[in-house]
Design a protein around this ligand. Sequence first.
Ligand SMILES: C[S@@+](CC[C@H](N)C(=O)[O-])C[C@H]1O[C@@H](n2cnc3c(N)ncnc32)[C@H](O)[C@@H]1O
Length: 206
Amino acid sequence: MVWLNSSHWECIYTNKAENEVSWFQENPILSLELIAQVGATPASAIIDKGGGASRLVDNLIDRGFEDVTVLDLSEAALEAAKARLGGRAAQVHWIVADATVWEPLKAYDVWHDRAAFHFLVEDHDRAAYVARLERALKVGGYAIIATFALDGPERCSGLPVVRYDPVSLGQTLGRAFQLVDTRRHAHATPWGSDQSFQFSVFRRRS
Ligand SMILES: C[S@@+](CC[C@H](N)C(=O)[O-])C[C@H]1O[C@@H](n2cnc3c(N)ncnc32)[C@H](O)[C@@H]1O
């Protein structure tokens, strides 16, 4: 199953340009706003889980962040981001891994996930993700998790997703995570349709 999932994403990032995928964002404004809101500084360790070829990493480097990690199942996605960044790519930690089996080697201050967690449709995969979140996020650190909202699409990229509101997402993450903020967001795809997202911010309390 992992192999099938991996080849699905590899195929997409190999065959489509950055702005030919529905999740493309020219500027990840809300993610940056929430990262600033949780008090992240250039010294904060930030991981973008399922970051793909997102431009969030470019923006973090531009703002002086010195400890940025991007993890994704697809090597082609990370290669696209590296090519765009050129020499600046060397400032980033790149990890090709499945978020449900990855073994974190350090703890982060901020965990960001836009439109990756919602692809985990099996209980055991969600539990594996949360176990890694618990290990890889410092106590007092923040998880910013964006998924399709309850009125968002039921599928993305040909795959089923689980849609959330802040309450159901909080229940999925468990008692170690306290909801501190949530926003609704209408993402405009490159072809002009809107997709309803929720962005929720959780503080790890224990
Ligand atoms: C819809 S894209 C979003 C990419 C990026 N977060 C963004 O906002 O542009 C979903 C991403 O999740 C990645 N992904 C899917 N399942 C994954 C898994 N189990 N582990 C790590 N990455 C995964 C895909 O390769 C893809 O890059």
